[in-house]
Design a protein around this ligand. Structure first.
Ligand code: F6P
Length: 319
């Protein structure tokens, strides 16, 4: 193996740049050349790539987003799209790929590895923490901290004006951010796609609390459960109390990565290069119980079990 490619695909996650830096510098230590591919798989299809050396990844470890840009690329899931991507790899003599992203990115890697024989190693980068084979994905810790800091500020006004706030956080299918943020910010409730919560009991508790003089509430809702606006409307309808709504949205995907994400990205980017050098293909790297780990991409994308019951009970115990 003489030359590898690195790309970021799907939703960006804080720590992607730290992972790119680690891939490029670890590859250089193995005397490998690296091409950075822009805009994920669409950069492979449209030949948007350029060589990266050690210096080209200076001063990016602390930066959010991705210097390689990222995109979701439906075209890549067609036969023609994949063929064009493979032709680019051949033309530039790229022998293997490190793919940084989440579920969609890994599905792309599976197609390249299994159907077209391109060695691909996945590095889990998504704020949703919904990839198997790793305790944590790159970006999740930063996103939780960003949301928590915002909610700390919301708490100031919620307490002062004695109001109910419904705060929507990201997570279409995963309640990870929602539950972590609820625990970290001392919120009263977390409405997560995995269930656990009981909407009617919550409204009952709000009314009971109101009678006792507890007026301020912070309710965190994962976007997969429904819009914060709709949920706030239902709460008002059931309790006759005023609510305010905050949608944190893409704020959660931006900003400087936390120390934990930078370190995770540095470890996993380097390990991905090690696996390519050792001749592996179609694998995803991760860290479990602080040890480096690898699983097949197929395992990595299978439904991750996020254990919510204990954390949810704790949340309710502490409110
Ligand atoms: O996968 C990461 C994520 O931020 C999800 O939490 C969210 O549902 C989705 O991406 C939003 O995607 P987009 O930025 O394409 O709207």
């Amino acid at each position: 193996m003489k030359r590898i490619g690195v790309l970021t695909s799907g939703g960006d996650a804080p720590g992607m740049n730290a992972a790119i830096r680690s891939v490029v510098r670890s590859a250089s230590a193995h005397k490998l050349e690296v091409y950075g591919i822009f805009r994920g798989y669409s950069g492979l299809i449209n030949e948007e790539l350029k060589p990266l050396d050690r210096r080209s990844v200076s001063n990016i470890i602390n930066r959010g987003g991705t210097i390689l840009k990222t995109a979701r690329c439906p075209e890549f899931f067609s036969e023609d799209g994949q063929k064009r991507a493979v032709e680019t790899l051949k033309k530039y003599e790229i022998d293997g790929l490190v793919i940084l992203g989440g579920n969609g990115t890994y599905h792309g890697g599976m197609a390249l590895a299994r159907k077209w024989g391109v060695p691909c190693i996945g590095v889990p980068c998504t704020i949703d923490n919904d990839i198997n084979g790793t305790d944590e994905t790159i970006g999740a810790d930063s996103a939780v901290n960003t949301a928590m800091e915002a909610i700390d500020k919301i708490r100031d006004t919620a307490t002062s004006m004695e109001r109910i706030f419904v705060v929507e956080v990201m997570g279409r299918d995963s309640g990870y951010i929602c539950l972590q943020v609820a625990l970290g910010s001392g919120a009263e409730e977390a409405l997560i796609p995995e269930g656990q919560f009981d909407f009617h009991s919550m409204c009952h508790e709000i009314v009971e609390g109101n009678i006792r003089g507890k007026i301020s509430w912070i309710i965190i809702v994962a976007e997969g459960v429904g819009s914060a606006g709709d949920i706030a409307g239902r709460i008002t309808a059931m309790t006759d109390l005023e609510t305010r709504v905050v949608v944190l949205g893409h704020v959660q995907r931006g900003g400087s990565p936390s120390a934990r994400d930078r370190i995770l990205a540095s470890r996993l980017g380097s390990e991905a290069v090690n696996l390519l050098v050792q001749g592996h293909a179609g694998k995803a790297v991760g860290v479990t119980s602080d040890n480096l780990n690898e699983v097949d991409l197929e395992t990595a994308v299978s439904k991750k079990e996020f254990k919510t019951a204990g954390l949810y009970r704790l949340l309710k115990l502490l409110t």
